[in-house]
Design a protein around this ligand. Structure first.
Ligand code: AMP
Length: 130
């Protein structure tokens, strides 16, 4: 059965899309730990990120770098933090999180966002993706 993230890539489940390339896809985390929390995934469905072959892994990292640059432009932050957990969804993904302080990288703390805020933020990030 396809992962929830493969269904997002296929357009079968909605998401707040931020960026897409031939092999990668980025969208807002639905339960963000900070405003601007983005997930970057390979379209190829591989559970564990370090099982990606070298080319796919490198491509995902370069894609995440481009997305992080968009986040840095759009979201007030000192730096964009990077995390890989993968304990919940078995489809490799990189969390990008705008950070003001170390406390912002707290996966037990979530921020509330209204639907329109997700829509507007995703559009702004997409506009600034280069
Ligand atoms: P983990 O696998 O532990 O890295 O966590 C999975 C992440 O995916 C969590 O931060 C969830 O909030 C996020 N997530 C799960 N389902 C969706 C979805 N349908 N759209 C956006 N983010 C999701």
């Amino acid at each position: 059965m396809a992962s929830i993230f493969s269904k997002i890539v296929a357009g079968e489940i909605p998401c707040y899309k931020v960026a897409e390339t031939e092999n990668c896809f980025a969208f807002l985390d639905i339960n963000p730990v900070a405003k601007g929390h983005v997930l970057c995934i390979p379209k190829q469905e591989v559970d564990y990120i370090f099982d990606l072959d070298e080319k796919a892994y490198a491509e995902l990292q370069v894609f995440a770098q481009r997305v992080a640059k968009s986040i840095k432009k759009v979201c007030p932050c000192t730096k964009v933090g990077v995390a890989v957990l993968g304990l919940e969804v078995p489809h490799a993904h990189i969390h990008l999180i705008p950070l003001q302080s170390e406390a912002d990288m707290d996966f037990h703390h979530h921020v509330k966002m209204e639907q329109q805020e997700f829509v507007d933020l995703a559009a702004e990030l997409a506009k600034n993706f280069e």
